[in-house]
Design a protein around this ligand. Structure first.
Ligand code: AMP
Ligand code: ZN
Length: 462
């Protein structure tokens, strides 16, 4: 399989460290607020990666963190801890907040058919491992202390910033060391001290004083704890390249002297109106908002699969309507194959077609996860003249990657209340023989992705 590696900026042949096995770490959410569909895109992409690897018979061990402490409102180790801030402004207990938004996150993941990671690591349960890692860095001379914490000295590493191709000299320009507590602009906190005038809900004692871990050290400590000092794949959104992942590499490699991660997999953003969807910009949409409007989560998953993970995607309701329509159509077609299981004799021509489709689908997913291309092969297969039974066999296999819930019987699809209402109105109009009005409602229903059968007015099918 070929995979783009942010580290080399090249599409490379994927060769795991141990043959047949893959260790993968997924940068998880900071659980101080609701997840939005921008997050969903990144997690659907890493889900597809895991599914493809498993489909190719790799044994994957996946680990995801839940950041419930240490992620500050500013990337420059300043500002407040996001969790503490939320707890303070809402006068709540941090554990309650973490639980509430973690549950929200899992619900979103489940609705989108994202396979749960094998191991989930809440940061607050790994403080001892983080302290051990920081001690190692201290012993090796990579740390220094300031008034507010223990810092990593990035000038001690020859190739600091390689992942992001950072212009270190440029960053130094205008940086006045005498005015700052940090020695270098890129240095980052490993351990922050609790402020004397502030009461934190979450703090721990450490050899350096009472406080809490830096966000980056969390991911290094937890990933290495479960996957070893060197592992195969680390995923996250592209925004993590210049700071979070760059610093994970610096401290992990400084501590172990080994390469931390072989392949860096980064998902591009979901934008809205040309801007990154984010909590701070307040332009975000939750999956639940879409469900409330009558969209199916699978329509969003389908929409995500139509765009390559390395390209930016701009979210619009028009695009989602298109995704919903295509998804429902495909699901209805698959339902048709399930009903019609007859297999016409496989002529040589058809046999060749099946072989060709199998080849093309595999080629697409192995080519740096080209899911848009793989979906095109799905439609080519759907429109071909091979038998329904063969089609069903192919889609059953490919569903392991697509994860679109295409095989669940179509009748189980929930009809939104507003559509049910429209059907009722239409029924009433037909009884009064108001055909034109009834027809207008039929069109409205179809716009929402449903079709009414005229022989049986109370049944709805896709
Ligand atoms: P956070 O909870 O902010 O750390 O984000 C969790 C993950 O979602 C990270 O890997 C982010 O890069 C990713 N992410 C956040 N916003 C977006 C977005 N608009 N599009 C795609 N990924 C995003
Ligand atoms: Zn991380």
């Amino acid at each position: 399989m070929k995979l783009y590696n942010t580290l080399s900026r090249k599409v490379e042949e994927f060769v795991p460290i141990k043959p047949g096995k893959v260790g993968m770490y997924i940068c998880g959410p900071t659980v101080y607020d609701y997840s939005h569909i921008g997050h969903s895109r990144t997690y659907v992409n890493s889900d597809v990666l895991i599914r493809v690897l498993r489909w190719l018979n790799f044994q994957v061990k996946s680990v995801m963190n839940i950041t419930d402490v240490g992620h500050l409102t500013s990337n420059a180790d300043e500002g407040e801890d996001k969790m503490e801030k939320k707890a303070r402004t809402e006068s709540k207990n941090i554990l309650e907040i973490a639980k509430f938004y973690t549950d929200d996150f899992w619900q979103m993941e489940q609705q989108l058919n994202i396979i749960k990671p094998d191991i989930v690591t809440p940061a607050t349960q790994y403080i001892a491992a983080m302290i051990e890692l920081v001690k190692k860095l201290e012993q090796k001379g990579f740390t220094y202390q300031t008034k507010d914490g223990l810092y990593f000295d990035t000038s001690k590493l020859k190739d600091y910033g390689q992942l992001a191709r950072l212009d270190i000299a440029g960053l130094r320009e205008g940086w006045r060391v005498e005015k700052r507590a940090k020695k270098n602009p890129t240095d980052f906190a490993l351990w922050k001290f609790s402020k004397k005038d502030e009461k934190r809900q979450m703090e721990w004692s450490s050899p350096w004083g009472i406080g809490f871990p830096g966000w980056h050290i969390e991911c290094s400590a937890m990933s290495m704890k479960h996957l070893g000092e060197s592992f195969d794949i680390h995923t996250g959104g592209v925004d993590h390249i210049p700071v979070h992942h760059t610093n994970e590499i610096a401290q992990s490699e400084a501590a172990t002297g080994k390469q931390f991660v072989k392949y860096w997999f980064h998902s591009n953003f979901l934008d809205i109106n040309g801007e990154k969807m984010s909590k701070s910009l307040g332009n975000f949409i939750r999956l639940q908002d879409l469900v409330d409007k009558g969209y199916e989560p699978m329509s969003l998953r389908y929409l995500f699969l139509t765009s390559h993970y390395r390209t930016k995607m701009n979210f619009t309701f028009k695009a989602l309507d298109g995704g919903q329509e295509a998804y429902k159509k495909l699901k209805a077609i698959v339902a048709g194959w399930q009903e019609d299981k007859g297999r016409t004799s496989l002529s040589e021509e058809k046999l060749n077609k099946v072989t060709n489709l199998v080849f093309k689908f595999r080629e697409a997913v192995e080519n740096d996860l080209n899911l848009p291309q793989a979906l095109a092969v799905v439609w080519e297969m759907a429109k071909s003249n091979i038998s329904s039974r063969d089609k069903l066999e192919l889609i059953t296999d490919w569903e392991q990657i697509l994860g679109l819930d295409l095989l669940t019987p179509v009748q189980l699809i929930k009809v939104p209340e507003e559509v049910k209402k429209l059907i009722k109105n239409r029924e009433a109009l037909r009884k009064k023989e108001m055909w034109a009005e009834a027809d207008a409602i039929r069109k409205e229903i179809e716009k929402k992705g449903f079709k009414v059968s005229d022989t049986k007015l109370d049944t709805v099918r896709l």
